[in-house]
Design a protein around this ligand. Structure first.
Ligand SMILES: Nc1nc2c(ncn2[C@@H]2O[C@H](COP(=O)(O)OP(=O)(O)OP(=O)(O)O)[C@@H](O)[C@H]2O)c(=O)[nH]1
Ligand SMILES: [Mg+2]
Length: 298
């Protein structure tokens, strides 16, 4: 396996984007940081801590429809125990979006009372969405602005063409999200981002990603694999308890799935490219079930 942690992503854009975000954040009262509920740790850019030092922040665990509900509850507990208000959403269906508005209103209330005390009534709370690629920023913004598309317009003093959209009682959202770059701190983080499709499949081989994914699924979600691919449970258990290398056992299970799905090339050999695509597509679209890759171990 290539060293995933050394993958250098969009190097030209990175510095510019960072400067832009820091600039934008000067206008922001509350940050909405969107994470992937399946990989809440790997989808968080460590720089965000620096950005959010003196800011209020709400964490949104998006794609919650694809994540394991029990694990998601643990993650909420984890973040809340660190004092961060956390909301779960499915930006595809719009589920949970109103909870985000409510959470922002609650967080903002405190500040507002301060302003009222100082005689500054009517100041809006300005929010901005931050998140790594593919986490659902655009879907989230489309959802949260759909009901209330009243554009607040450019504010004086804002030189760039930023639009503010009213999304709740005294809440204005910056229409463009801040794109954060994931940090490949370890091979594990790189793989997690590959599983969920954040890293394009041409950077790592699909066959490699699918193999590593299967290794994880057999360890934590064996039942889902057996059910989805209608495997004989005893066959799977026999493979797993047989002598031999663990990697070879995973490959044997992939072979069984390949045969079931007709991923066979002339001569009867396994079409690993095809079976890998099937596994990745079905994982990413939730067909294998609701799966959380990173557990909240606190
Ligand atoms: N199942 C599911 N899919 C989602 C959810 N939110 C977004 N998606 C899908 O994830 C993909 C990426 O969503 P986007 O909204 O484009 O993500 P983004 O963060 O704007 O991505 P970039 O613009 O590339 O940075 C799309 O295929 C969405 O349909 C969700 O809550 N659940
Ligand atoms: Mg987008």
């Amino acid at each position: 396996m290539e060293n995933v942690s050394n993958i250098n992503w969009y190097p030209g854009h990175m510095a510019k984007t960072k400067i832009q975000i820091i600039e934008d954040l000067k206008l922001i009262d509350v940050i909405v940081e969107i994470l992937d509920a399946r990989i809440p740790r790997s989808s968080q850019n460590p720089d965000v801590r620096e950005y959010t030092k003196n800011k209020k922040k709400i964490i949104v665990l998006n794609k919650a429809d694809l994540a394991d509900e029990i694990e998601t509850k643990k993650w909420i507990k984890y973040f809340e125990s660190n004092g961060i208000h956390t909301v779960i959403t499915d930006a595809n269906s719009g589920k949970g979006i109103n909870d985000v508005v409510k959470a922002v209103e609650n967080v903002a209330k405190e500040d507002k009372e301060k302003f009222v005390n100082k005689g500054r009534v009517g100041k809006s709370t300005r929010i901005m969405v931050l998140g790594i690629p593919n986490v659902g920023k655009s879907s989230f913004i489309n959802r949260i602005t759909k009901k209330n598309t009243a554009q607040v317009g450019n504010k004086p003093g804002v030189t760039r063409q930023k639009q503010w959209i009213r999304v709740g009682d005294g809440i204005e959202l910056m229409d463009t999200p801040g794109v954060l770059w994931p940090k490949f701190e370890s091979e594990e983080v790189g793989l997690n981002l590959a599983f969920t499709g954040t890293i394009k499949d041409d950077i790592l081989e699909a066959t490699e990603i699918a193999f590593e994914l299967m290794k994880f699924l057999i360890k934590d979600y064996k039942k889902n694999i057996i059910e989805r691919y209608k495997l004989e449970e005893t066959l799977v258990n026999n493979i797993l308890s047989s002598d031999g290398e663990d990697n070879d056992k995973i490959l044997q299970i992939i072979d069984v799935i390949a045969k079931k799905r007709g991923a066979i090339i002339a001569g009867g050999r396994i079409d690993y490219e095809k079976v890998s695509r099937i596994l990745l597509d079905e994982f990413r679209s939730g067909k294998i079930g609701r799966i959380t890759i990173e557990k909240a171990n606190y």
